[in-house]
Design a protein around this ligand. Structure first.
Ligand code: ADP
Ligand code: MG
Ligand code: ZN
Length: 642
């Protein structure tokens, strides 16, 4: 739906022409009457008698006419201003001004005055009559007045009632800008999106629902109303949302969260209302809210207190989301690269209760994305996309699209027929120098460090009995801080953990940093988070779980205060405090020793795993199992020993 066509009297150009003529008429009237004075009838007759009237125009009761032009030294020309002695001393400028004052007059004739014409004859005044045209011009201007009043009135009424009902939006603020008009034919399809197959697979279901809603509704299945796409900038969130609309061939309403945040309170909320009203009419359709974090950040963080504009907008969005039926055919997609700052209320069931994480692509993904983008350029046959993908760790979809474009530009600059390897080199140099500053792309040495760190976590976990199996290892940088990760998957739900299991966890946590030590003889800042978690765990073991021999099974912690959200310091002396620190240190030191022993004993595995990880960036499944499996049976190392 495009911008609304003009409604009411404004539809026809005829009205506009009429208005123009009316305006012209008035301007003309103004010119004519600008030097005219209204004088009483008696004054008029007196002026005639005194020979001060040159000509007269009689239209019914209405008489207009010209005065005799004043003589060269200006005399008092209007009868209302009697001559006075002071007049002779007025400065030049004022006399000039007075001279310009009325040269025309108008008056109203008394109906029964039969002597007017003889009087005019007697003084030689030129006079003429008019065949009652006045009624015409009067009716004409009256008509124009009515028309204009009506036009202005309907203009305001229309604006006031725009979007959702009376008061929803005064003037045009409430109506979202033109972008809110839906895109009816989105050309993007899933073929244009590569390297993020898991996310694609999840959204296929949504497409299927939009295409065959009956299949779902018949079975009473509810499709999620809201789906949140999270991931680093440029990973293809917007692209994916458009692809869903393109695949399902439904209208696509898109707007960005920051558009909602306006200067005037209440405007954003009105926009949300308006948007949903339009979407309901267009269902089935997709509503996409980009950068939802700029609107849906946590509420109540406003230091001044009270509901600010952003908060109101968010509340309106939540209300609208609650208001529509699950299977109404409107599916809300939202994207953010800061899921951590979103208001928890947005993620509640019935709202954005499904999240799809879009990770940076691994080497295969990057190759696939490059393949999508080179479709549009003439590629020299020798260009190897696989090796390009291998050389662009940390690149996301947008970076790769940019790479292909830069290469094509480089080729054009050199007037080549095809985009060659050399052009890709040029482009890559150009982009990486830019990107390194942004800090997203790691250099080779950093990458090696991260690979060994993660391999360390994984290997320690795989070598200790009772550790959760390692599910996935990745050195693809994450949007939120982490440069890599090792994911362990518990085999069952656990409610209790034994001391030995906690010690195992500690050893795994320290495995990353210890691997850096073992291989490079140096440590990096990358382990900060591991250390924080290890410290927390060790202190909890001592203070909360009574797992220290020296301090005994005592709790050194008081109840959490639900109001302050703080853990209050328990009642213990300084000596105990020192001992707590010492015991926590000892527990961590022991875990570190465990990790060190494993990594030294299996250093060849550690190195093999790192090399493979550097190559593939992402390991899981049987390949990972094979790499972690021991060639020799793993001895029970230090774990469990005091
Ligand atoms: P985001 O919304 O996550 O910041 P975009 O969807 O706006 O990222 O991506 C910007 C551009 O990068 C897209 O228009 C597309 O050309 C390219 N791009 C990003 N991700 C992919 C992908 N997975 N496959 C193909 N192209 C991609
Ligand atoms: Mg985007
Ligand atoms: Zn780590």
């Amino acid at each position: 739906m495009g911008p609304l066509p003009p409604r009411g009297p404004f539809r026809s150009p005829f009205i506009w022409i009429l208005l123009l003529f009316t305006a012209l008429f008035w301007v003309q009237q103004y010119w004519i009457t600008r030097n005219t004075v209204q004088i009483p009838y008696s004054e008029f007759k007196k002026a005639v008698s005194e020979g001060r009237i040159k000509s007269v125009h009689i239209a019914g009761e209405h008489i207009t006419g010209e005065f005799v032009p004043p003589p060269a030294p200006p005399e008092p020309e209007t009868p209302q201003v009697p001559p006075s002695g002071a007049e002779r001393f007025v400065p030049e400028a004022i006399r000039d001004f007075k001279a310009r004052v009325p040269d025309r007059f108008s008056t109203v004739r008394l109906p029964e005055d039969e002597q007017l014409v003889p009087l005019l004859d007697k003084h030689g005044v030129v006079y003429e009559g008019e065949l009652s045209t006045t009624w015409f011009s009067q009716i004409f201007s009256l008509l124009a007045l009515i028309l204009i009043t009506f036009a202005i009135g309907s203009f305001f009424v229309r604006r006031m009632f725009a979007g959702g009902g009376p008061g929803a939006s005064i003037l045009s603020f409430g109506r979202s800008r033109a972008r809110m008009a839906a895109e009816h034919e989105v050309k993007v399809t899933f073929d244009d999106v590569a390297g993020i197959d898991e996310a694609k697979a999840e959204l296929r279901e949504v497409v299927d629902f939009l295409k065959n809603p009956d299949r779902y509704t018949r079975l009473g299945a509810k499709i999620p109303k809201g789906i949140l796409l999270t991931g680093a900038p440029g990973t293809g969130k917007t692209l994916l949302a458009r692809a869903v609309a393109g695949e399902a061939a439904v209208p696509f309403f898109s707007l960005s969260g920051s558009e909602f945040v306006e200067m005037f309170v209440g405007v954003g909320a009105a926009r949300v209302r308006d948007l949903f009203a339009q979407a309901h009419k267009a269902a089935p359709c997709i509503v996409f809210v980009d950068e939802i974090d700029s609107m849906g950040g946590k509420r109540g963080l406003n230091p001044i207190g009270g509901a600010d504009e952003r908060e109101q907008t968010l509340n309106q969005l939540l209300a609208e989301m609650d208001g529509f039926e699950p299977n109404s055919g409107v599916i809300l997609l939202a994207a953010t690269n800061r899921p951590d700052v979103l208001d928890p209320a947005l993620r509640r069931p019935g709202r954005f209760d499904r999240t799809i994480m879009i990770d940076g692509p691994d080497i295969n993904g990057r190759e696939a994305i490059l393949r999508v983008h080179v479709r549009k350029v003439k590629l020299a046959p020798e260009v190897n996309l696989r090796s390009l993908a291998g050389r662009t760790p940390g690149f996301v979809g947008a970076d790769l699209a940019n790479l292909v474009n830069e290469a094509a530009l480089a080729a054009a600059r050199r007037s080549r027929e095809q985009v060659s390897n050399e052009d890709f080199e040029t482009a890559l140099d150009r982009i990486t120098t830019g990107l390194e500053r942004k800090g997203r792309v790691m250099n080779r040495r950093e990458k090696e460090l991260v690979a060994h760190h993660e391999a360390g976590h994984a290997l320690v976990a795989a070598s200790l009995p009772g550790a959760d199996p390692v599910h996935k290892v990745s050195i693809i940088p994450r949007s939120i801080g982490a440069l890599g990760f090792t994911q362990q998957q518990p085999t069952e739900d656990r409610y209790l953990l034994t001391r030995q299991e906690l010690e195992t966890r500690l050893a795994v946590l320290l495995g990353g940093r210890t691997a850096e030590e073992v291989v490079f003889g140096d440590v990096s800042t990358g382990a900060a988070d591991d250390l924080a978690r290890a410290t927390q765990l060790a202190r909890a073991m001592v203070m909360r779980f009574g797992m220290s021999e020296k301090l005994g099974p005592l709790s050194y912690e008081q109840e959490r205060n639900p109001f302050l959200g703080l853990t209050q310091k328990g009642e213990y002396g300084e000596k105990a405090a020192d001992l707590i620190d010492a015991e926590a240190q000892a527990i961590v030191a022991k875990a570190r020793e465990t990790a060190r022993e494993i990594l030294l004993r299996r250093k060849d595995r550690l190195l093999a795993l790192s090399v493979r990880l550097l190559e593939k960036e992402h390991l899981e499944g049987p390949e990972l199992e094979a790499l972690l499996a021991a060639s020799e049976p793993v001895p029970l190392v230090a774990a469990g020993k005091p």
